[in-house]
Design a protein around this ligand. Sequence first.
Ligand SMILES: O=C(O)C(=O)C[C@]1(C(=O)O)C=C[C@@H](O)C=C1
Length: 283
Amino acid sequence: MSKLPPAPPSLDELRKEIDSIDAQVHALLMQRGDIIDRLISVKQTQEVGSAFRPAREADMMRRLVQRHRGILPIDTVESIWRVIISTFTYVQAPFSVHADLSLGESAMRDSARFHFGFTVPYIAHFSAAAAVEAVAKSKGDLALVSATSSRTPWWIPLEAQGAPKIIARLPFIERADHPAALPVFVVSRVADSAMVTEVEMWSVRVSGWNAETARALSPLAEIVAVPDTAFDGAALLISITRASSLDKIKSALIEAGASVRSTALVGSHATRYTVAANDAPRS
Ligand SMILES: O=C(O)C(=O)C[C@]1(C(=O)O)C=C[C@@H](O)C=C1
């Protein structure tokens, strides 16, 4: 005698399952909050002012993407975790995000809200220098500044000892259809032990900067250049990955006819991590 196939679950039953999962997710988030409460005393955030740990966050975001499966879009998973982590950072030590809007408002605002949520206060500035200056005066605030172009060499104040530094590049997970794709540097003052040093950020001042020197350097490193008419030169912000080195960059500059007037380390961030537009990790 053949058995009838089991009846599909009713809408009511499925909703009960969803309610049970929602209650578990909520309970787990509250439990996460209790752990953060205990973590505060272990971490001694007060000394440096900021609870933000870029190395830890870059690693968490990569693992999140690698383990993700199913129909929930990666954008949603990433933005949920950004809000969870940022809000728990804020709960440990309140901070504000200072955004430079000089190159356009909406993409920068999207990046700030996507990566730091709505609980963290958002403060608009009309120059990168003003955003960085606000961070320098604060204890643990962050500045968001374009990572690909600039009208002014806002990174020069970061050369000083004790000044804030570039600590991250956003988005942590890059992909063609990222909803907050604007390339952004995060500037803040964090404990040395919290920094990721995979990509070093160097401030390099040169004389003899022209289209030819720019071309000679472009295959070696990512550069933001601001011409400096007084010296027929430029202030450069150079990203140096493990595959290259400051010495290689300096040699290339000299070979192309420029001279290096000064160099200073102004921060570092995690290696850029790219996945295919539709979810699958690529590395
Ligand atoms: O691991 C830490 O140090 C934390 O403070 C926890 C946490 C998180 O919520 O997971 C929050 C802030 C840090 O930037 C990294 C991670």
